[in-house]
Design a protein around this ligand. Structure first.
Ligand code: SF4
Length: 193
């Protein structure tokens, strides 16, 4: 098996990447560094679920440094209007730390679960990973796991995993709430027409 460091945003999003990477002959070690997740309770809840799943599945978990002040300084000021730019900066902050860990721990390959969800910016995320991995002398392992997102949803429900309904930051919590309200309105309108 080829060792690989897999940056993970949460347990449910790790299910399918770990399964596919193992099928390909990789042995993933998970790296957690997500200073974007707000509020603190939510951050701890996602981390606790990942710890539990890693323990039960026999996957090594590295809990890396999390620079909350850097997130507020480099990501938050981009704000709600420029969503893709904000997410790009957010990916970069987290993946830079994961690349530092990979280099320090002697990994040659790195991947991330960040683009598993179809709600994420797939191309942007991969471009950020490619650039940072190159700067650290690492090989980025980039795969499209989005077709397995429904399977990840199904399996995580089956396993009784905690599943969040927003990406992580306070902007995404508000954006997800608005999206849900819009969908509710559309369904109501369709029902009455
Ligand atoms: S929506 Fe997600 S990826 Fe984008 S800035 Fe917020 S936490 Fe980061």
């Amino acid at each position: 098996m080829t060792p690989l460091l897999l940056h993970a945003c949460c347990a449910p999003c790790s299910l399918e990447p770990v399964r596919h990477l193992r099928e390909e002959g990789f042995e993933p070690t998970i790296c957690w560094t997500n200073p974007n997740i707000q509020p603190t309770d939510e951050h701890q809840r996602r981390l606790a679920e990942l710890r539990r799943w890693c323990r039960e599945t026999g996957i090594e978990l590295i809990e890396a440094a999390e620079d909350y002040a850097a997130w507020e300084r480099c990501v938050a000021p981009i704000g709600a209007r420029r969503r893709e730019q904000r997410c790009r900066a957010c990916y970069a902050l987290r993946l830079a730390e994961a690349c530092r860990v990979a280099e320090r721990e002697g990994f040659e390959r790195i991947a991330t679960t960040l683009a598993v969800s179809p709600y994420q910016w797939f191309e942007t995320c991969n471009a950020v990973l490619e650039k940072l991995a190159g700067a650290h002398g690492l090989t980025p392992v980039i795969r499209d796991w989005r077709p397995w997102y429904p399977e990840a949803t199904r399996r995580s429900r089956e396993l009784g995993m905690y599943r969040q309904n927003y990406c992580g930051c306070r902007f995404s919590a508000a954006e997800a709430a608005l999206d849900r309200a819009r969908l509710r309105d559309e369904r109501k309108a369709a029902h009455h027409s």
